[in-house]
Design a binder for this molecule. Structure first.
Ligand code: GDP
Length: 269
């Protein structure tokens, strides 16, 4: 059984699961394996793989890709994450998903850090034929979000998606800005968008966002590449909130509801 456990541990580390999470996980699995007397079973390694797989699924769950839309008034969804994580693209993907359900969202360009971000959101709005709220000269993202939400209410939009600013790395100013939007605008759902290719860094940033904001879910992008997705396990461990979706490409339809089974197999490859 020890050989089997070592293989699992190696596989998880190669998949980019952080060391402390792997240690924790192996502790649980060993305990379960001993409890089930895996050693006495006819095929101990098969039994072990099943325990590992089930344990991964249980940690990665629960499945919850609902956007929890309210029946009255606009549901406000705030996306946050580091620059380049895929927030703006994900605004388009969520909009596409909503459009497929006959719900027309409004996007709010609250990323005032990156000059091209506002235009990028307008391009998405034109492509998907959905309204985008932006203010050219306003430097206060809280005000922009408040005004955007007021406009969405006035126009009867069912969903408003706030595209907030990111930074290349975590800094206090960014966190203070996001916390202020969270407090003053009161989004119904706050999702952290994490780049699945960044491995260990994803875990550190997720910890910082989780400390500053009350997250409701995680969307991990760029899982169409080689990344084995181990960062998801670490991010889930750090935040404790459901993984809502995974991004699997640059197009608007490249967003999949998160399924723990597929990800468990991928991590254990
Ligand atoms: P933001 O700074 O967080 O708003 O990030 P963007 O939405 O501008 O995305 C940064 C880059 O990542 C862009 O080139 C996107 O096309 C790309 N991107 C976003 N999501 C995915 C994904 O799921 N897969 C791949 N391959 N690329 C993605």
């Amino acid at each position: 059984m020890r050989d089997g456990l070592e293989i699992v541990q190696k596989s998880m580390l190669e998949a980019d699961v952080s060391y402390s999470v792997v240690q924790d996980f192996m502790g649980h699995v060993s305990e379960k394996a001993l409890g089930k007397r895996v050693l006495l079973s006819l095929r101990p390694n098969e039994e072990l793989v099943r325990i590992v797989h089930d344990e991964l699924i249980s940690i990665l769950g629960p499945v919850d890709s609902s956007l929890h839309l309210k029946s009255e008034g606009p549901t406000i969804i705030m996306l946050c994450g580091l620059q380049g994580s895929g927030k703006t693209t994900t605004c388009g993907k969520l909009s596409q998903l909503l459009k497929e359900q006959d719900i027309k969202p409004m996007l709010v360009a609250a990323d005032l850090q990156r000059p091209a971000a506002i235009e990028q959101l307008h391009v998405i709005g034109r492509q998907l034929d959905i309204p985008v709220y932006s203010e050219a000269d306003n430097k206060d993202p809280v005000k922009v979000c408040q005004n955007g939400v007021a406009k969405a209410k006035a126009e009867g939009a069912r969903v408003v998606i706030l595209d907030t600013a990111g930074r290349l790395a975590i800094d206090d100013e960014l966190m203070a800005e996001l916390a202020k939007i969270d407090k003053k605008v009161g989004p119904d759902q706050v999702y952290l968008v994490v780049d699945g290719m960044t491995g260990q860094d994803a875990v550190n940033s997720a910890g910082a966002f989780n400390d500053a904001l009350e997250l409701d879910g995680v969307i991990m992008t760029k899982l169409d590449g080689d990344a084995r997705g181990g960062a998801l396990l670490s991010v889930k461990h750090v935040t404790g909130v459901p993984i809502k979706f995974i991004g699997t490409g640059e197009h608007f339809d490249a967003l999949e509801p998160f399924r723990p089974e597929g990800m468990a197999s991928r991590i254990l490859q």
